[in-house]
Design a protein around this ligand. Sequence first.
Ligand code: 13P
Length: 256
Amino acid sequence: MSARRPLVGGNWKMHLTSAEARDWAARFGRQAGGQTGRLAGRQAEVVLFPSFPLLPVLARALTGSPVALGGQDLHPAASGAHTGDVSGPQLADAGCSWVLCGHSERRQDHGETDAEVAAKVAAAGRHGLVPLVCLGETAGERRGGETFAVLTRQLRAALEPRPERFALAYEPVWAIGTGDTATPETAQEAHAVLRRTLSEILGAAVAARCRILYGGSANPDNAAALIAQPDLDGFLVGGASLDPDRFLAIIRACGP
Ligand code: 13P
């Protein structure tokens, strides 16, 4: 485990209603020790990425807790005629301090290109949001021996705006929602490539500070072995984050 403070994100994707989100927050608060204050300090930093309509619900339900909020996406523009999109200022106004950029489901479902991801990273910085940049290869790219070329291409593009604050999430597409988690060795190898590339682009100090999360069927059973890897600094959790007990178990696996 590294000296970097672990970061654990819960990506709720298109799940849960407002009543379910309130229930989640109440259960999470109880399990985390009354108030979620126990998560402060040296324990992992925690951020939830719910779908947009749930942001105000969670902002209220998590008042006073150290759990931060983030958007799952943002439009590069601050406002305008973009039906169905959400802007950085709107996310900040809703209580977000983070935003996901370039999740593979956005790249696949909405054809997001590397250049668009870069524009979103730039927009996040302009509006005071920290981008959590998601990168990862498909099963076909891995079979074709292209994993590291894909990761370095995605990383170089996303860092084109030279963001001051950011974190990365290595999310191999073949591991997302499949139960087919990357082994600790496979994840570490990819994380090390990302950190080395980061060092080439932004220098050794930035690379040493940057948190690189793993995402893809992370769960309470595999979290401890993964977080033990030297370049793995936390998790971006999908399915297991919908259950507060399982999410908390992953957070605790990252704790001191
Ligand atoms: P799962 O944890 O459900 O595999 O999802 C991972 C993910 O996509 C997080 O962004």
